[in-house]
Design a binder for this molecule. Structure first.
Ligand SMILES: [Zn+2]
Length: 305
């Protein structure tokens, strides 16, 4: 894969893997935080799954938000970060209230907010969401059709920095699907993300999926910018074509966090967890990737502390 992969990782829908799943988190692991879990109201989930099955991959776990949380916590995941995003203006407030209400009373769940960049009152929408207890923001360049360095984002970046809330932004150009309304390869680039990191040094930014597929560029950005993090979501599964960017994992475990994209998966819920464990990383590095880095980034209190 790489620059030659013009059609993207999702040029056509991918198959389900009928891999075996574990009954629980493997024994003896440090506390595991899943930093990338999705929760939507049921109607939105249904629409999303239809889109995925037509354009992405079959969904193995069609679970509602409550069942998503019960499933993962019940199998030994210590803490979850719930992400969602708005597909059009005027949706964010309702989605944010849904997630905030859902997280109330659930100490082991951190919910993030969303907003449509450039929509009226974008900053106020986020302020309201933070006041409701949401612990950060999620944006998705492909779905929401914006470039990371678009001026419409400035208000979002400023608000996150001012309230010290982290931002998770799907700013890598993959997995690209021809079904998106915009071309992710035209709007997403590591160089655009670097512009943001430079302009907003107080913004803490996580780019999911290792910034696929510009791995070498993101490796350099990690060393140049202390305000950048990456997550592993779906990219250690060996599901997409191309090699797993292990050099990012081993070089900066302090800036890489484990995430899954559960429940929107075509394979076993713990596939990537087992692959990371079997990799034989130094125990301290594994503990950071599986939980420590996400705890720092989202300011999640230690279990029992
Ligand atoms: Zn995701």
């Amino acid at each position: 894969m790489g620059a030659g992969c013009l059609d993207g990782m999702l040029a056509s829908p991918l198959p389900a893997l009928n891999d075996a799943e574990g009954a629980a988190v493997p024994p003896g692991l440090p506390p595991v935080v899943d930093a990338h879990v999705h929760a939507f109201p049921e109607r939105v989930f249904e629409a999303l799954w239809t889109w995925f099955e037509e354009n992405g991959w079959p969904i193995r776990y069609k679970l509602r938000a409550e069942a998503v949380v019960d499933f993962l916590l019940g199998r030994g995941i210590e803490h979850l970060v719930l992400l969602h995003y708005a597909h059009k203006p005027g949706m964010a407030r309702q989605l944010n209230r849904f997630v905030a209400g859902f997280c109330e009373g659930r100490a082991r769940v951190t919910g993030l907010a969303t907003v449509m960049p450039g929509e009226p009152e974008a900053g106020a929408i986020l302020e309201e969401a933070f006041a409701l207890g949401l612990g950060g923001v999620k944006l998705h360049c492909h779905v929401q059709c914006f470039a990371p360095d678009d001026a419409a984002l400035d208000e979002v970046y400023r608000t996150c920095a001012r309230f010290d809330r982290p931002l998770v932004m799907h700013a890598g150009r993959e997995p690209k699907s021809p079904a998106y309304k915009c071309d992710p390869h035209a709007i997403c680039a590591a160089s655009r993300v670097e512009r943001v990191l430079r302009r907003f040094p107080d913004l803490r930014l996580c780019v999911p999926h290792f910034g696929a597929d510009e791995y070498a560029d993101y490796r350099r950005l990690l060393d140049r910018h202390d305000n950048l993090w990456l997550d592993t979501t779906m990219l250690v599964a060996g599901y997409f074509p191309g090699d797993v960017p292990w050099e990012l994992v081993t070089a900066r475990p302090d800036r890489v966090m484990y995430g899954t994209d559960f429940p929107n998966l075509p394979y076993a819920w713990d596939r990537e967890l087992r692959i990371l464990v079997e990799r034989g990383l130094p125990p301290d590095d594994l503990a950071r990737i599986l939980g420590g880095t996400a705890r720092d980034f989202f300011r999640i209190p230690s279990p029992g502390g």
